[in-house]
Design a protein around this ligand. Structure first.
Ligand SMILES: NC(=O)C1=CN([C@@H]2O[C@H](COP(=O)(O)OP(=O)(O)OC[C@H]3O[C@@H](n4cnc5c(N)ncnc54)[C@H](OP(=O)(O)O)[C@@H]3O)[C@@H](O)[C@H]2O)C=CC1
Ligand SMILES: CC(=O)C(=O)O
Ligand SMILES: [Mg+2]
Length: 760
C-alpha cells in the first residue's frame, strides 16, 4: 500500500515517536522531593526503615513499594506483531506501547524490558530473577513454540502472574468477539465450524480457549505455512500443533475454508483471499487479526460477501479484536486481589464480561471518541471499543471475582461494590465527587420526569436511570413516537417506560395542572386558556407541574432548548426558594481536587445580597457532595487593593456575610491566584480566614464565572458537572443543549438528590 492510501502514514507514525521526548513513556515520582526533609524520608536515612520491614516480611513490599502496581512487558522480539523476528531492540516501540496502554486504560504501571537473546533457557534465566521487582510479568511477541516453553517454565519458577499476552490476551478477546458473532448469526459454540490460519502463539491459545468454551475438537481446522494440520502430518509439526491435528482430507487453507462458518487469522497479511471467502458458509465470521495488516481487509471481504461479520486487529476499522481490550484489565483485576496466577476461570470471566458489555447501550461519550459513529450491538459492533470507560470497571471486577472463586487470590476483596467504585475512580476523577450522591439516591429511589421524552438520548438516560436503581423515570411525549424511538434503539422486546402525553387535553391531570398554573399566573397577565395552552403544549411546563403537584419528585430537561427558554418555562411553575435566588453551580472535578464555581448561568451581575445567597447555596451543595466548603468571593482586587468601583459589590457581600454569619469558611474579596494558592494567601494575607485553598469560587459576574469554569476545564483537563440549578423550591435540573445521555443521567440523579432535601 502506498503511504497516501494508508489511514496513518509512515511519516506521521515516525513523527509521533520522535517528537518531544523520544519514545512514548517516562517515569514520574509519586512522592514530593522538594525539601531536605523529603529527601531524608524518601531516601537515606528514611528509606532504610521499609527495607528492614520488607526483609522481615516480604509481603510488605506491596505496601511500601510500587511492586503491586508494576508489570514488566518483556520480549525478545522474535514475533513482533506479524512482522516476524525483528529482534529485541526493534521490538521496543511495541513494548513501550503496551506499557503505555497498561497505564492509559487500567492505571497499571508498565515498564518494557527487551531481552537480547533467542535462546529459550537464557531468556528464562533473565526473567526468573526479576520477580521481586514486579507484581506481574506480561510476555509479548515471543514466537511459538518457544513462548509455550518460556511461559510454562516461568509460571513454575515465579510466584507472581506470568501471562503471555499474544496467547491468552488474544484468545480472550477473540473468544469474546466470537461469542457475540455466533449469537448474531444464530450459531453456537458446539455447532460452528472454525478454521484458524496460523498455528503459533496466538492461534494455539485461541483454539484452546474456544475448545474449553465448548467447541468440539473435530470442528476446528488449524493451518500454518505448510497448510492444514492433519493427523499424521510430520512436516513443520510440534507437540502443540499435534494436539489440534484432525482427521481430514483438506490439505490447504482453500480446502479448509470451504463451507466453514468462522475464520480466525493469526498469521500474516494477505493470507486469506476473496475467492476463499466466497466459498464460506452463509453469514461467515471473519476475524483477520494479523497486525499491522490483516489477512484480508474488510473492503476485500465486502466485495464478495455482504453478509459477513468482519473484525481486524486494527484501530481504524470497526470491530477491533485486539488484546488491548484484555491485558490492561486482566492484570488490573489480578493485581488487585494479588492473584498468584491468571487461570482459565479468570480468562473466561474476562471474555464473558467483554461479550456482555458489547450488548449494553453505549454511552454518547464513547460514540464521540469514534467520530460520532453510533456504536450499537450488531455486525459492525460485536466487541467494546478500547475507549469505553466502562471496561475499567467490568473486566477487572469479573477477573478479580473469578480469582477469588478459584482460590488464587492472596488478598480477596470483601466489598465488590466499593471495588467497582475504586476502579472507576482510577480513570474518572468525577466518580468520587458524585458517588455519595449516586449512593444516596440509590438508597432512596425517586420518580423523575424526563421532559423531552421523545429524544433518543432521553430514552437511553431514562433506561440507565432505572437500571442503575435510581428510581422510576417518566417520559413526557407521545406514546407512539416514544415507542418508535425505542424500537429504533433495538431494545429487547417488552422494554417499557412510563410515558405521559401532555397533549391529552381532557385528562384530569391537565385540568389540575392548568388550574394550578392559573392560580399562579392570573395576576401576571395570563388567562385560563393561556395556562391551558402552556400545560398542553410545553412539556417543560407539564413536567414541572407534575413535580409541583406531587406526581413526581423532580424534573430534568434542556437537551433541545437553550437554557433560558427551559428556565423560563420551569419558572412559570416552580419558584426560587424564598429570599434565595436560583443560580447555576458548575462543579469542576480535577484529578487532585474538586472546585465549585457560581453563578455560571443566571445572574449577569449579581448584587452583594445575591452573592451572599449564591455563596450559601454553593457551600450547601459542596457539603452535600462531600466537600467541606472554603468559599472565596473573587474579584480582580485583594482586600481593597486596588480599590475600584467594580469590586465594591464583592466587598459588600463579604461585609454582609460577616453580619449574617455562616457555618462555613469564607473570605474575600480576593483574586483567583490567591484563593487557590494557600501558601501565597498566608504569606501575603496572614489574616485570611480560609484554612486551605478555596474550593468554592463565587464569581463577581456571569461572564467571568462562565469563562472561568470553561477555561479551567479546557486547560486543567478536568470534567465539568453541571451547571447545576440551585435554590429552586422544587427540584429541576437543566442540562446544556445537546448534552450526552450520560450528562442527562447525571442531571436526573442530581435532581432526584435535590428532592431528598426538599422533601421535608
Ligand atoms: N489482534 C491481536 O490482538 C493479535 C494479533 N496477533 C497477530 O497474529 C499473528 C501471529 O502472531 P503470533 O502467534 O504471536 O506469532 P507466531 O510467530 O507465534 O506464529 C505465527 C504463525 O503464523 C503462521 N504463518 C505465518 N505465515 C503464514 C501463512 N502465510 N499462512 C499460514 N500460516 C502462516 C506460522 O506458521 P508456521 O508454524 O508454519 O511457521 C505460525 O504458526 C501476527 O500477525 C500478530 O500480529 C497476535 C497477537 C494478538
Ligand atoms: C496485538 C499484538 O499483540 C500483536 O499483534 O502481536
Ligand atoms: Mg503481541
Amino acid at each position: 500500500m502506498a503511504d497516501t492510501e494508508k489511514r496513518v502514514t509512515d511519516a506521521e507514525a515516525l513523527l509521533l515517536h520522535s517528537s518531544g521526548r523520544p519514545g512514548k513513556l517516562e517515569i514520574t515520582p509519586t512522592k514530593p522531593l522538594t525539601t531536605q526533609r523529603d529527601l531524608s524520608l524518601a531516601y537515606s536515612p528514611g528509606v532504610a526503615v521499609p527495607c528492614l520491614r520488607i526483609h522481615e516480611d516480604p509481603a510488605l513490599a506491596y505496601d511500601y513499594t510500587a511492586k503491586g502496581n508494576l508489570v514488566a512487558v518483556i520480549s525478545n522480539g522474535t514475533a513482533v506483531l506479524g512482522l516476524g523476528d525483528l529482534g529485541a531492540l526493534a521490538s521496543k516501540p511495541v513494548m513501550e506501547g503496551k506499557a503505555v496502554l497498561f497505564k492509559r486504560f487500567a492505571d497499571v504501571d508498565g515498564i518494557d524490558l527487551e531481552v537480547d537473546t533467542r535462546d529459550v533457557d537464557e531468556f528464562i534465566n533473565s526473567v526468573r530473577y526479576l520477580g521481586p521487582s514486579f507484581g506481574g510479568i506480561n510476555l509479548e511477541d515471543i514466537k511459538a513454540p518457544d513462548c509455550f516453553i518460556i511461559e510454562q517454565r516461568l509460571r513454575e519458577l515465579m510466584d507472581i502472574p506470568v501471562f503471555h499476552d499474544d496467547q491468552h490476551g488474544t484468545a480472550i478477546i477473540a473468544a469474546a468477539g466470537l461469542i457475540n458473532a455466533l449469537h448474531l448469526t444464530g450459531r453456537t459454540m458446539t455447532d460452528a465450524r472454525l478454521v484458524v490460519n496460523g498455528a503459533g502463539a496466538a492461534a494455539i491459545a485461541c483454539v484452546e480457549l474456544i475448545k474449553s468454551m465448548g467447541m468440539p475438537h473435530e470442528n476446528v481446522t488449524l493451518c500454518d505455512t505448510k497448510g492444514v494440520v492433519y493427523q499424521g502430518r510430520t512436516n513443520g509439526m510440534n507437540q502443540w500443533k499435534s494436539a489440534h491435528a484432525i482427521s481430514t482430507d483438506a490439505r490447504t487453507l482453500a480446502d479448509a475454508v470451504k463451507g466453514a462458518d468462522v475464520f480466525l487469522g493469526l498469521s500474516v497479511k494477505g493470507a486469506l483471499t476473496a475467492e476463499m471467502v466466497a466459498t464460506m458458509a452463509a453469514k461467515p465470521i471473519i476475524f483477520a487479526m494479523a497486525n499491522p495488516d490483516p489477512e484480508i481487509t474488510p473492503e476485500e471481504v465486502k466485495a464478495v460477501r455482504d453478509d459477513a461479520i468482519v473484525a481486524t486487529g486494527r484501530s481504524d476499522y470497526p470491530n477491533q479484536v485486539n488484546n488491548v481490550l484484555g491485558f490492561p484489565y486482566i492484570f488490573r483485576g489480578a493485581l488487585d486481589v494479588r492473584a498468584s496466577t491468571i487461570n482459565e476461570a479468570m480468562k473466561i470471566a474476562a471474555a464473558n464480561a467483554l461479550a456482555e458489555l458489547a450488548r449494553e447501550d453505549v454511552p454518547d461519550e464513547v460514540d464521540a471518541a469514534y467520530s460520532g459513529r453510533r456504536l450499537r450491538y450488531g455486525p459492525e459492533y460485536i466487541i467494546p471499543v478500547p475507549f469505553d470507560p466502562r471496561l475499567i470497571v467490568k473486566v477487572p471486577a469479573a477477573v478479580a471475582q473469578a480469582a477469588m472463586d478459584t482460590r488464587v487470590a492472596k488478598r480477596p476483596i470483601a466489598d465488590m461494590e466499593a471495588y467497582g467504585r475504586a476502579l472507576r475512580l482510577r480513570l474518572d476523577p468525577t466518580a468520587d465527587s458524585l458517588q455519595q450522591i449516586f449512593d444516596k439516591v440509590k438508597a432512596n429511589p425517586r420518580r423523575v420526569v424526563f421532559a423531552e421524552g421523545e429524544e433518543e438520548r432521553t430514552i437511553r438516560a431514562a433506561l440507565a436511570f432505572r437500571s442503575a436503581g435510581y428510581g422510576t423515570p417518566i417520559l413526557i411525549g407521545r406514546e407512539k413516537v416514544v415507542a418508535e424511538q425505542m424500537a429504533a434503539l433495538g431494545l429487547p422486546q417488552g422494554t417499557h417506560l412510563e410515558v405521559r402525553n401532555a397533549r391529552l387535553y381532557q385528562s384530569t391531570e391537565n385540568q389540575r395542572y392548568t388550574d394550578f398554573l392559573y392560580g399562579r399566573l392570573q395576576r401576571k397577565g395570563m388567562l385560563h386558556r393561556d395556562c391551558q395552552r402552556l400545560v398542553n403544549q410545553h412539556r417543560n411546563v407539564f413536567a414541572a407541574c407534575m413535580v409541583a403537584l406531587g406526581d413526581a419528585d423532580a424534573v430534568v430537561t434542556g437537551l433541545t432548548r437553550d437554557f433560558f427558554t427551559s428556565f423560563e418555562e420551569i419558572g412559570h411553575v416552580i419558584d426560587a426558594r424564598p429570599g434565595a435566588p436560583a443560580f447555576g453551580l458548575s462543579v469542576l472535578a480535577l484529578r487532585q481536587q474538586t472546585v465549585f464555581i457560581a453563578d455560571t448561568t443566571v445572574h449577569e451581575r449579581p448584587t452583594a445580597q445575591q452573592l451572599v445567597c449564591i455563596a450559601e447555596g454553593a457551600a450547601r451543595m459542596a457539603r452535600q457532595m462531600g466537600h467541606e466548603p472554603r468559599v472565596a468571593f473573587l474579584s480582580f482586587s485583594n482586600f481593597g487593593q486596588p480599590m475600584r468601583e467594580r469590586a465594591q459589590h464583592v466587598r459588600d457581600a463579604v461585609a454582609l456575610m460577616d453580619e449574617r454569619g455562616a457555618d462555613f469558611e469564607y473570605e474575600g474579596e480576593m483574586s483567583v491566584d490567591v484563593a487557590l494558592d494557600h501558601d501565597l494567601m498566608k504569606r501575603l494575607y496572614p489574616f485570611s480566614r480560609l484554612s486551605g485553598p478555596a474550593n468554592v469560587l463565587i464569581m463577581p459576574a456571569l461572564h467571568t464565572a462562565n469563562i472561568g469554569a470553561k477555561l479551567l476545564q479546557k486547560m486543567g483537563g478536568g470534567t465539568l458537572i453541571g451547571p447545576l440549578l440551585i435554590n429552586l423550591e422544587k427540584p429541576a435540573q437543566i442540562v446544556q443543549m445537546g448534552a450526552t445521555s450520560n450528562e442527562l443521567l447525571t442531571a436526573a440523579v442530581m435532581a432526584a438528590h435535590d428532592s431528598l432535601y426538599s422533601a421535608g
